[in-house]
Structures are given as C-alpha cells and as structure tokens.
Design a protein around this ligand. Structure first.
Ligand code: HEC
Ligand code: HEC
Ligand code: HEC
Ligand code: HEC
Ligand code: HEC
Length: 489
C-alpha cells in the first residue's frame, strides 16, 4: 500500500461529505422556497394551481405545459419545435379548413350559445345564456375542450380564452376513453398533460416511430384506429334524451359488424401518387419512408364535402298513370353502413321535394301523400318528406324559470319552424332520419288531365340548420342539393 493513501481516502471522504451536506442544505432551501411559493399561490386565487397527471397514477401539483398552437407562425412553437405544422404541414392544411379547428370560434355555434345574432346583437333567442343567465352549461366539454380542462370544466364560453379549437395537440393527447355515457366530451377522456418543462407525451396509430424529439414523445395507442376514440364528443345527452347519437348509431350499424370504423370513412388514406411516403413533410427532419396507407386525411369530410356527402345516397322515382291519377313512388336510400342520414347535430336535416308540372309549367295539385312540415321553411306544404330528429319540450313549467326572452321565444318558435332547443327539458318527438342501409319510401298522387305532357322532378336536399333559425340569427343557411332526378311522361 502506498504511503499517504489513507490520507487521500480521508480527503475524498471529506469532500464527499461536504458535497452531501451542501446538497442537503440546497434541497432544504429549494423545498422551503417551493412550499412558500405554493402557499403564496394558494392564497392568490388569480393563479390557481392545477392538478396534473404527469406519471401514471401520480398526481402532482404543477403549472401545466401550455397547449400549443399548431400554426407555423406561432413564435414560441417555432422556438420550441412544438408547432405541428413545422413538420406536418399537409395535415395542418387539412385541419385548418376542417370544423374541428374552428369549434371554439364557430360564429353560428357562439350565437346559439350566447343568444346573439350574426352581427352580435344581444337578446336574440334562442340562446343557452338567455335561458340560463347564471350557468355556463356543458357545451364547452365538446366545443372547446382545451378551455374546459384549463378551467375545471366550468367557464362561460363567451369569456373562454382563444384556444385552438379541437387541436392537433388536444386530439393527440387522448390516452383513453371512459365508456360511462354520463361522462361527456373531455370529461370522459384521459388527457396526458405534463408539468411545465417535462417532456410532453402524445399518442398516435403507429408503433414503429423513428426516435422522437426531446420535447415530445409519441407513443403507440391502438384506440386511434377505433370508433370509440370519437365517441365522447359524437354522442351526447341532455338528461335521458340523446341529442347527439352518431356513435350509438354506429354501434347498431352494419359497419360495426364489418369492422368499419369512423376513421375508415372520415380519415381515409391521404391521396398520393407515390407508394412510399414520409409522414413528416419537413426535409430537414429525420423520418421513415413508409407505405402510403399509413398517412391519413385530417379533412373529416374529405377535401370535397359535397361529393362526400352524397357518396352513400341514392334516390329513385317511379310513376304510374291510372285513370286521371298520377302515382309517384319515391325511394331515398342510405347506403352508408356507418350511421343515419343525416347525423350529427339535431339541427341537421334533409328533405325530399317533389315537383310535378305540366307542359305549361303549371304545378299539379297533390291529392294524396305526405307534405313538408313547417320546419322546411319556404318549402312547407310541398309534396315531400323531412328527414330529421325533432326535439320537443316536455312541459312549459320548466320554461317559466327561464329568462324573459327565452320564454317569449318558446311561444313563437313552433310557428317560426324551429323545434325545441337541445338544452331545454326535451324529449324526441320524432326521428325520421334514415338508418344505416335502410331506405324511405313515400307515395304521392296527383290529378292529371288527359293528353298532357308531365315532368316529375325529385330533389334530395341537405341543410345544416332550420331555415327559421338561420333567419332569426341572420345567418345564411347552408343548403346542398345532393341528388336531382327528372322523369318526363
Ligand atoms: C379530432 C382529432 C384529431 C385532430 C384534431 C388531429 N388528429 Fe391526427 N390523428 C387522429 C387520429 C384518430 C389518427 C389515426 C388515423 C388512422 O390511423 O386511421 C391521427 C393520425 C395522425 C398522424 C399519424 C399518421 C397518419 O396520418 O395516420 C399524424 C402525424 C397526425 N395525426 C398529426 C396531426 C396533426 C399535425 C394535426 C393538426 C394539424 C392533427 N393530427 C389533428 C386524430 C386527430
Ligand atoms: C420537429 C418536427 C416535428 C414536430 C414539430 C412535430 N412532429 Fe410529429 N412527428 C415527427 C417525427 C420525426 C415523427 C416520426 C416519423 C416517422 O417515424 O416516420 C412524428 C410522428 C408523429 C405522430 C405519429 C405518432 C404515432 O405513434 O403514431 C403523430 C400523431 C404526430 N407526430 C403528431 C404531432 C403533433 C400533434 C405535433 C404538434 C403538437 C407534432 N407531431 C409536431 C416530427 C415532428
Ligand atoms: C373533443 C371532442 C371531439 C372529438 C374527440 C372528435 N370530434 Fe368530431 N367534432 C367535434 C365538434 C365539437 C364538432 C363541431 C365543430 C363545429 O361545427 O363547430 C365536430 C365535427 C365533426 C364532423 C363534421 C364536420 C367537419 O368538418 O369536421 C365530423 C365528420 C367529425 N367531427 C368526425 C369525427 C371523427 C370521425 C372523430 C374521431 C376520429 C371525431 N370527430 C372526434 C368534437 C369532437
Ligand atoms: C361508411 C362510411 C362512414 C362511417 C363508418 C361513418 N361515417 Fe360519418 N358520415 C359519412 C358520410 C358519407 C357523411 C355525410 C352524409 C351525412 O351527413 O350523413 C357522414 C356524416 C357525418 C357527420 C355529419 C357531418 C355534418 O356535416 O353534419 C358526422 C358528425 C359524422 N359523420 C361522424 C361520424 C362518426 C363519429 C362515426 C363513427 C362513430 C362515423 N361518422 C362513421 C360516412 C361515414
Ligand atoms: C357531447 C358533446 C357535445 C356537447 C355537450 C355539445 N355539443 Fe354541440 N356539437 C357537438 C358536435 C360533435 C357537433 C357537430 C355535429 C355535426 O357536424 O353535425 C355539434 C354541433 C353543434 C352546433 C352546430 C354548429 C354548426 O356550425 O352548424 C351547435 C349550434 C351546437 N352544437 C350547440 C351546442 C350547445 C348550445 C351546446 C350546449 C348547450 C352544445 N352544443 C353541447 C357536440 C356537442
């Protein structure tokens, strides 16, 4: 043994002890600093502490990482390499034109929530806030989930901060789904949010990623390929009444039996000429060359919504003349295996309209057969059928507790062709929408004079809302003629 070895050993030990002591003192200092700052912040209600899951089953008090803006011009996002568009530009372009990106700023939605019109004039019923001046409602759970999470699920949507709607960041933090139907929207989703400074965790459908960046780590999660992923926001209840039912319709559909998911139709493989692609379109970033079918569209109604809307529909008309009676049989076919037509918001509706004219352009009179109800607006009374879920209010007593404008509105809504609103005390009066793979047959009779040339025109029209509602809110109704057929005889 070399002389002085013990001395060196002793010196090393003392240094270690000093370092240890120093770290203990430092830790104590930081601990007291943080508990102090926690106490200070607890007292200061303007900056609340948020509970975050940062590791499975571990709840920690921390300030959460902010939601990031996927836009390329977001400065912080660019600096931190968090703006999705920096690396996934094609997906960003689709999403920014899709309604998920507009959910928090959608002016029509906000006018219904706030009780305003397009110009922002106040007290224009219907409006959730006109009926419930003191409640924030549950609309935010699906329409602005980022703000809902940041505000304990309860905030006035009119004052909610300007989030990015249903963003890339939000959707790709969905970790699991609670099957309890009472947990709607973001309440039924486990969102993986971490404390500021920690590595973000995201999820996606691929299980063989090239190494993630230091800032975000993406993990494989099979739910991204399942309809259940969409269920929390595309099924929704008010009490026992199911307002939104697209996911339930799918559960009972032939598509479910065949294993066809929402994503199969709404997020199809993005069109490509190449057989091999990169899911990252920034050439400076390392990524794999993958088979083309691993890249999916984020335009949920595809890049041609009009064409998409009519993909699974058909309309057939047959005519028969006997004595002086023209009998028209119309059949509307929903070839969509996934859900009813129309689906989504209960204000979506579709119409079959028949017009029978003689050679002088005179309309023939209907003597037997269905006619369009008041909800069809100016088409009311015309021969045809309305396909819609109509809500109605159970009792007027409920209305008595509401604001004045809301009560006044209830008295005229029916005559304006506006069914009950989804937040009222409602039940489903009728549901004439056409179920998956079913059809609707209607028969009409017209009186015709002999030896006249007749034309029979049938149109299938889709509308985003009720004409009466669009009118009181001063929005232009979105109307699409999906199919038009004419027979000459
Ligand atoms: C409404 C939720 C939702 C939003 C919003 C969303 N995604 Fe996705 N994303 C999905 C789902 C679901 C899949 C899986 C699709 C599949 O595999 O069928 C997916 C797949 C992906 C993939 C894997 C490759 C592929 O195309 O399948 C990438 C990359 C991706 N998304 C990026 C983005 C970016 C970037 C944005 C924003 C510009 C975004 N996502 C917005 C739900 C969403
Ligand atoms: C700096 C570039 C970069 C940025 C910024 C970026 N990504 Fe990615 N992303 C990648 C790379 C690289 C991959 C892996 C590519 C591969 O394996 O082919 C990837 C993969 C993904 C996947 C697939 C995950 C899986 O397991 O299926 C998703 C989803 C995704 N990114 C979403 C996002 C979202 C959402 C954002 C914004 C919040 C974002 N990315 C921002 C580079 C980036
Ligand atoms: C966090 C809630 C949420 C999730 C998750 C979600 N959606 Fe949506 N979705 C919405 C809302 C809210 C709208 C309406 C936005 C608006 O019109 O302002 C919408 C609109 C749509 C639309 C209509 C129009 C359009 O342009 O996009 C389709 C189709 C759709 N979603 C399909 C899906 C599918 C398929 C999934 C699952 C892969 C999904 N959504 C996941 C909340 C969600
Ligand atoms: C077989 C293909 C297919 C499947 C599966 C499918 N959809 Fe659709 N979806 C369509 C088509 C086509 C339309 C347009 C016609 C219509 O409005 O019904 C549509 C319309 C919608 C709309 C209404 C959009 C609007 O403008 O109002 C929503 C919301 C929607 N789908 C969500 C879903 C969800 C959520 C699932 C799964 C639970 C799903 N879809 C499954 C094909 C499909
Ligand atoms: C369970 C989730 C959920 C809840 C809760 C919810 N919505 Fe929706 N809402 C949706 C989805 C999904 C769509 C889009 C469906 C479609 O495109 O047909 C939608 C569409 C709408 C639209 C049509 C928007 C447009 O541009 O055509 C209005 C208006 C609306 N919701 C109002 C409300 C109000 C008001 C509340 C609260 C009283 C509310 N919603 C609560 C999921 C929800």
């Amino acid at each position: 043994m070399k002389p002085g070895y013990n001395k060196i050993l002793l010196m090393k030990l003392t240094t270690k002890l000093i370092v240890l002591l120093f770290s203990v003192i430092l830790s104590l200092f930081f601990l007291s600093y943080f508990s102090n700052s926690i106490a200070k912040r607890d007292a200061n209600t303007s900056e609340p502490l948020i509970l975050a899951m940062h590791e499975p089953n571990q709840i920690t008090k921390c300030t959460l990482n902010q939601w990031f803006n996927p836009a390329i011009n977001d400065e912080e996002g660019v600096r931190l390499l968090k703006n999705c568009s920096h690396c996934h530009m094609a997906g960003y372009k689709e999403w920014i034109n899709d309604k998920h990106s507009m959910s928090q700023s959608n002016p029509f939605f906000l006018s219904i929530y706030s009780g305003t019109d397009k110009e922002g004039n106040e007290n224009i019923a219907p409006g959730f806030r006109l009926d419930h001046p003191k409640q924030n409602g549950n609309c935010i759970l699906c329409h602005n989930p980022e703000a809902a999470l940041d505000n304990n699920f309860d905030i006035d949507l009119r004052n909610a901060e300007n989030t990015n709607g249903i963003s890339c960041n939000f959707c790709h933090k969905i970790e699991s789904i609670d099957k309890n139907h009472l947990k709607q929207g973001v309440r039924g989703l486990t969102i993986s949010r971490v404390c500021k400074g920690q590595k973000e965790i995201g999820f996606g459908p691929l299980n063989d990623l090239v190494e993630s960046t230091d800032i975000v780590e993406f993990k494989y999660n099979p739910i991204y390929k399942e309809s259940l992923y969409c269920a929390k926001c595309h099924d929704g209840f008010q009490g026992n009444t199911q307002i939104y039912s697209t996911f339930t319709e799918w559960l009972n559909s032939p598509a479910k039996k065949q294993g066809i998911q929402c994503q199969s139709c709404h997020m199809p493989v993005r069109e490509h000429t190449a057989k091999k692609i990169h899911i990252v379109d920034n050439p400076d970033v390392k990524s794999k060359l993958r088979p083309y079918y691993q890249l999916h569209s984020h335009s949920f109604l595809t890049n041609n919504p009009h064409k998409f809307r009519k993909t699974f529909l058909d309309l057939k008309i047959k005519v028969k003349v006997k004595n002086n009676i023209l009998k028209v049989t119309a059949k509307v076919i929903n070839k969509n295996t996934g859900h009813s037509f129309p689906t989504g918001s209960p204000m979506r509706n579709a119409l079959l309209v028949l017009e029978v004219k003689d050679e002088n352009n005179n309309k023939l009179e209907l003597i037997k057969g269905p006619q369009l109800p008041v909800y069809a607006g100016s088409l009311k009374g015309k021969p045809g059928r309305l396909f819609a879920k109509i809500l109605s209010e159970t009792s007027n007593q409920y209305a008595q507790t509401h604001g004045e404008d809301g009560i006044r509105f209830r008295k005229t809504a029916g005559t304006l062709g506006i069914p009950a609103q989804q937040w009222w005390n409602i039940f489903i009066l009728s549901d004439t929408r056409i179920k998956a793979l079913k059809n609707d047959i209607s028969i009409y009779e017209f009186f015709i004079e002999p030896h006249r040339k007749i034309s029979v025109t049938a149109k299938l029209i889709w509308r985003n809302t009720w004409p009466g509602l669009a009118k009181v809110k001063e929005f232009i109704i979105k109307e699409e003629t999906l199919i038009e057929k004419t027979l000459l005889l």
